[in-house]
Write a protein that binds this ligand. Structure first.
Ligand code: ADP
Ligand code: TYD
Length: 209
């Protein structure tokens, strides 16, 4: 593989769909190939953004409105972009990021409220950056919700919105994969971790040819 420019890869999907598992497996595979790569996540990925994360992922479901969430996620994203993502891309590294703006488009723009236009407008002013490749891990909401809640992470505010919310998210991500065909790959996540990660690595290798 030949990467001369940085490459920005994101993982998206409903809660518990296997994003962090797959971003770790991709990171390990690229690292083994001797490629310079970093792994990061949202909300978080920089000191300031991790502080904002703790406000977002815990507490009652009605702690923030969808509008306030858009502002908080975007503030965290701006700090993450400035401090972590852009510096790595400038050094021609591959950046693997667990969630990015597509999560805001679907969680706040579709599932929490009908605010997709607000999300896109704010993104175009404050963030501007889109990923080069996005993997949307598609899984059954019932199974993923059980897996996610079983982690007992104390970061379950969005899981607490329930199964119907996870179903809306799945549809939202599936629709997004159709409108953003050039960068989004909808991946069947209901297979073994290894089968899923092989598909993903092959797509990255093809992109870099
Ligand atoms: P996410 O980051 O999307 O919330 P995780 O990667 O943390 O999801 O996975 C949630 C749980 O499901 C973890 O316990 C993980 O080990 C498990 N898991 C991930 N991928 C698979 C898979 N393909 N098959 C079965 N279990 C999986
Ligand atoms: P994450 O830690 O990735 O959760 P999980 O491992 O359960 O998938 O993200 C925390 C939560 O924040 C998750 O439920 C999705 C939500 N979220 C949004 O609602 N909007 C966003 O823009 C982002 C980045 C995350």
């Amino acid at each position: 593989m030949n990467f001369t420019d940085g490459l920005f890869i994101t993982f998206e999907g409903i809660d518990g769909s296997g994003k962090s598992t797959q971003s770790q497996l991709l990171y390990d595979a690229l690292n083994d190939l001797g490629i310079s790569v970093i792994q990061t996540r949202e909300p978080g990925g920089s000191i300031g953004a991790e502080i904002i994360r703790s406000l977002l992922v815990s507490g009652d479901t009605d702690r923030w409105s969808a509008e306030t969430e858009i502002l908080l996620f975007t503030a965290a994203r701006r700090d993450h972009l400035e401090k972590t993502i852009q510096p790595a891309l400038t050094k021609n590294q591959i950046v693997i990021c667990d969630r990015f703006v597509d999560s805001t488009r679907v969680y706040q723009g579709v599932a929490r409220a009908d605010l997709r236009q607000t999300v896109d407008e704010l993104h175009s002013i404050i963030i501007k950056k889109e990923p080069d490749i996005t993997f949307i891990i598609d899984t059954d909401p019932e199974k993923s919700l059980t897996r996610g809640l079983a982690r007992n992470s104390g970061e379950d505010r969005f899981e607490e919105f329930g199964l119907e919310f996870q179903k809306k998210l799945r549809n939202g991500f599936s629709e997004l994969s159709k409108t953003e065909k050039s960068r989004c790959h909808l991946i069947n996540g209901m297979r073994s971790k290894e089968e899923v990660s092989n598909d993903i690595l092959n797509i990255v290798k093809d992109y870099a040819k």
